[in-house]
Design a binder for this molecule. Structure first.
Ligand code: SAM
Ligand code: SF4
Length: 320
């Protein structure tokens, strides 16, 4: 079976937010004082997530991304990975993390069947890292990179949100760092959310970032395709991706749907519509879960509306 929406898009990729909690307060994601966490009893159990994915896989979902909040602050994530990796039809399970806790968990995640890891990294300078993450320590993230190599992860990626006056002067250094570590890097435009008031003052078009990189490196169009919206170029031993949600939306190729940590299906990051699936999961009503997924795909909009309206919550609660 395949999930095809009203606009002919094949939906085979599911992003699961396993928690809304985080040990950082990144300036592009959360306010300084943080946000009110959802009560623990509202958060899906690993068994409920497994049941959801079991149904989603029968409908055609093949690839899973675990995200958050910070997914590694939720205890026993390797147990979830192991459960999901046994589901027929699931071909890939990847993780997006701020990297700070990777050194504790990379080996077990690999053993459990995790395919790939993306680490968010916006700067190579310790003081700036503190300014951006508000609570993080850059050395922890560097140790996280070591740990993911030691554990044998391949095809790792770096995600960098580029911000005017904050890290737009470090683009070349970040590419050099990715080359030295042999990992791909993707530059992402700042997306507006309700929790960040002055996003326009930070916004940098990724086309400008691409121009900056092209002045220093030869960018060869890459054969590489990702699960998502990045346009890739080969640079030396790595690929560099550019993600332009605002300056050139890629909605016509959207292949994804999201499950929030408190059990809602979110058809589009850029719209506030969501479908409750927790009530079905709690009752063990898998037919209800199937209907909810199909309904979410039916209402998936043609494109986001981020230039008119920001995301009405923090990126940490919708799963980035
Ligand atoms: N905590 C994990 C991390 O930081 O990688 C996973 C969750 S985080 C919400 C997922 C991704 O969303 C990260 O790569 C982060 O940089 C990105 N993100 C958060 N807020 C954003 C914003 N306003 N615009 C663009 N990307 C954003
Ligand atoms: Fe936490 Fe990731 Fe949001 Fe930063 S981007 S505050 S690490 S959820």
């Amino acid at each position: 079976m395949a999930l095809i929406d009203r606009f002919g898009r094949l939906i085979n990729y599911l992003r699961i937010s396993v928690t809304d909690r985080c040990n950082f307060r990144c300036i592009y994601c959360m306010p300084k004082e943080g946000i009110a966490w959802k009560p623990m009893e509202e958060i899906l159990t690993y068994e409920q997530i497994r049941d959801f994915v079991d149904v989603a896989a029968k409908l055609g979902i093949e690839k899973i991304k675990l995200t958050g909040g910070e997914p590694l602050v939720r205890r026993g994530l390797d147990r979830l990975v192991e459960m999901l990796s046994q589901i027929k039809g699931i071909k890939e399970i990847s993780l997006t993390t701020n990297g700070s806790l990777l050194k504790n968990y990379a080996k077990n995640l690999k053993k459990a069947g995790l395919s790939r890891i993306t680490v968010s990294l916006d700067t190579l300078k310790k003081d700036k890292f503190r300014l951006i993450s508000r609570l993080g320590n850059l050395d922890d993230v560097f140790e996280g990179f070591d740990a993911l190599f030691d554990a044998g992860f391949e095809n790792s990626k770096i995600n960098t949100v580029v911000m005017k006056g904050i890290n737009d002067d470090e683009v070349i250094e970040l590419v050099e760092f990715a080359i030295s570590r042999g990992v791909d890097i993707r530059f992402i435009e700042f997306m507006p959310t309700d929790t960040v008031k002055n996003w326009q003052s930070y916004f940098v078009s990724i086309n400008d970032v691409k121009r900056m990189i092209a002045e220093r490196f030869l960018l060869k169009p890459s054969q590489k395709s990702s699960n998502g919206p990045a346009v890739y170029f080969d640079v030396e031993n790595i690929s560099v991706g550019f993600i332009t949600p605002l300056s050139k939306n890629f909605c016509s190729q959207c292949n994804r749907v999201r499950l929030s940590s408190d059990g809602y299906i979110i058809p589009c990051l850029g719209h506030s519509d969501k479908i409750d699936v927790k009530s079905y999961l709690r009752k063990g009503d898998l037919e209800g879960v199937m209907k909810a997924i199909i309904e979410a795909i039916e209402i998936k909009p043609k494109e986001h509306a981020l230039l008119k309206e920001p995301i009405h919550s923090s990126m940490s609660s919708v799963g980035g």
